[in-house]
Design a protein around this ligand. Structure first.
Ligand code: HEC
Ligand code: HEC
Length: 216
């Protein structure tokens, strides 16, 4: 029996995830606010890519965090940022958050984590969080040469540590971020609006390449 229980527990994140996501999609489809909710986070981060997919943290992320929007990537934010974000989200799930009317219309069937579950969630998100750029090690990020990178990559999260990837890997990440920007409706280079900072992909990639992890 116990073996079976463990087996079910291990299989749960994947199976439950599919159910949770289907339920969320249905909620969005039925809500007049669906298009807004769908664009809060991009659909680029897939379930299978959650770190430690069998951990309780991953399981809880899937259980609670896809109720209103796409799956959050723990690596999106650095550790210091996650507690306040989770707090803001839990208040909403409890029906006490901001965006009152929108959330009220959404609340039917939305579940909130217990205090203990919220702690596990925060610990999990922090453990796999973004590693921020250290301005002492890379002061150029705050000099004119770092401006295209700094302006573009600071809009949704902290500036990432360039050492995280090789130059080649960065090109793929930056391309994905360009899609994220389109999806989430932030600055995008293809339709210049006078006075708005533009996405200077080549300069951003060159800056990241300069400080990137060396390829072997
Ligand atoms: C009850 C609906 C609801 C649930 C459930 C929910 N969120 Fe959100 N989330 C929102 C709304 C609405 C926004 C957009 C407004 C905002 O940013 O606060 C949002 C935005 C976000 C953002 C993007 C904004 C930012 O600060 O980067 C992240 C990341 C996020 N949520 C993470 C989570 C996590 C992690 C969970 C699970 C613990 C979760 N959400 C559960 C409603 C929800
Ligand atoms: C429109 C908002 C937005 C902007 C602007 C943005 N990002 Fe992101 N970033 C995200 C979201 C959402 C995630 C989590 C989903 C994902 O990984 O695609 C993320 C995750 C990341 C991660 C962690 C995931 C990984 O693959 O390691 C890195 C690194 C990153 N961004 C780098 C950048 C860089 C470099 C830029 C500037 C070119 C940038 N971001 C601009 C929204 C944004």
């Amino acid at each position: 029996m116990r073996g079976l229980a463990v087996l079910i527990f291990l299989a749960l994140p994947i199976a439950a995830a599919a159910d949770e996501i289907a339920a969320a999609k249905q909620r969005w489809a039925e809500s007049p606010h669906g298009p807004l909710l769908e664009r809060i986070l991009p659909p680029t981060f897939e379930l299978a890519k959650l770190p430690e997919p069998r951990s309780r943290g991953a399981h809880l992320t899937v259980q609670y965090c896809v109720q209103c929007h796409n799956l959050p990537n723990p690596a999106m934010h650095h550790a210091a940022k996650w507690p306040t974000i989770v707090e803001r989200m839990v208040l909403r799930m409890e029906g006490r958050g901001n965006l009152g009317q929108l959330m009220e219309e959404m609340m039917a069937g939305v579940k909130a984590p217990s205090a203990e579950e919220a702690t596990v969630l925060v610990t999990y998100l922090q453990k796999h969080g973004q590693k921020p750029l250290d301005p002492k090690k890379i002061p150029e990020a705050y000099a004119p040469a770092g401006e295209p990178f700094r302006l573009a990559c600071n809009q949704c999260h902290v500036l990432p540590d360039p050492k995280r990837y090789t130059a080649r890997e960065w090109r793929a990440v930056v391309a994905r971020m360009q899609e994220n920007m389109q999806w989430m409706n932030r600055v995008e280079g293809t339709q210049p609006v006078p006075g708005e900072p533009q996405l200077r992909i080549e300069e951003i990639n060159a800056f990241l390449a300069k400080y990137a992890r060396k390829a072997r």
